[in-house]
Design a protein around this ligand. Structure first.
Ligand SMILES: Nc1ncnc2c1ncn2[C@@H]1O[C@H](COP(=O)(O)OP(=O)(O)OP(=O)(O)O)[C@@H](O)[C@H]1O
Ligand SMILES: [Mg+2]
Length: 247
């Protein structure tokens, strides 16, 4: 099963991606976690120090040149089959692939980096049968129709505010336009009694995540979001998200 996570900046996408991965990993599933966002957030959220995080694919100039080429002679259909194993970092038994975003690519190599990133992401999503969690940047449109529609579900994360929910609604509509029909909403840092506004079209609510004091406290000294005292409650939230996508 493949799940992509999208939402406005700072809403908790990476945290929820890490929780989902960790939950599935403890269920003895082989999990691939793909950081397709600002490059170095998912690794630290899993507990890696910055120097343990692999360099993002978009910054791997040598590999980009080798597979895609440069200038006008770029190969838009590069060989990527060997890359998942080659580039993945093992974290607690999960496989972490750090891709980064196109905006993170150095000047001049954006186009080639884009080609490699897209090809690898498409390969992973279309060909692999393993559990995969993709931590996306806010938009989903850069993925393109073929790739994004092949994920089993999109988790749209939002905070319980009108502006946040409007952004979530926009992301959801864009994804729907691309053909990604299976979507669920996760409200993060939400009180249990928060009621969704009826006039904003949103995916079906799968779960509410409360504000976690323990996580806020933890983040003062560590970037890791795992092994919190609330792990049982977090596992239940992850299970609800997965079940809702499966429906
Ligand atoms: N339910 C929560 N309770 C307390 N803190 C939280 C909660 N969810 C997320 N956080 C904290 O909020 C911060 C932002 O979360 P996170 O990095 O997951 O968001 P993001 O959507 O991935 O952000 P970005 O857009 O920058 O990638 C982190 O420090 C995270 O630990
Ligand atoms: Mg993030």
């Amino acid at each position: 099963m493949k799940i992509a996570i999208a939402g406005k900046g700072g809403v908790g996408k990476t945290t929820i991606a890490a929780w989902l991965g960790d939950y599935l990993n403890r269920q003895k599933k082989q999990v691939w976690l793909i950081d397709a966002d600002t490059a170095i957030s998912l690794g630290p959220a899993l507990g890696l120090s910055l120097d343990e995080v692999p360099i993002p694919l978009v910054n791997n100039k040598k590999l980009i040149q080798e597979r895609v080429g440069t200038g006008v002679f770029i190969n838009l259909n590069p060989d990527v089959e060997d890359l998942p194993q080659k580039l993945a970092k093992d974290v607690r038994g999960m496989k972490l692939l750090v891709m980064g975003t196109i905006s993170g690519a150095g000047a001049g190599c954006g186009c080639a980096a884009n080609a490699l990133l897209k090809a690898l992401l498409a390969y992973m999503i279309l060909r692999s049968s393993q559990w995969m969690i993709v931590d996306l940047e806010a938009g989903v449109e850069h993925l393109g129709r073929g790739t994004i529609t092949s994920v089993d579900g999109l988790v749209v994360v939002s905070e319980p505010s009108i502006r946040g929910l409007q952004t979530a609604s926009n992301i959801s509509r864009l994804a729907k336009d691309l053909g990604l029909k299976k979507q669920v909403l996760v409200l993060n840092r939400a009180d249990d009694d928060f009621k969704l506004p009826e006039d904003i079209p949103l995916p079906k609510l799968a779960a509410k995540v409360p504000y976690l004091e323990s996580l806020a406290e933890r983040q003062k000294s560590s970037s890791c979001v795992l092994d919190l005292p609330e792990v049982e409650a977090i596992d239940k939230i992850c299970e609800k998200i997965i079940q809702e996508i499966k429906k």
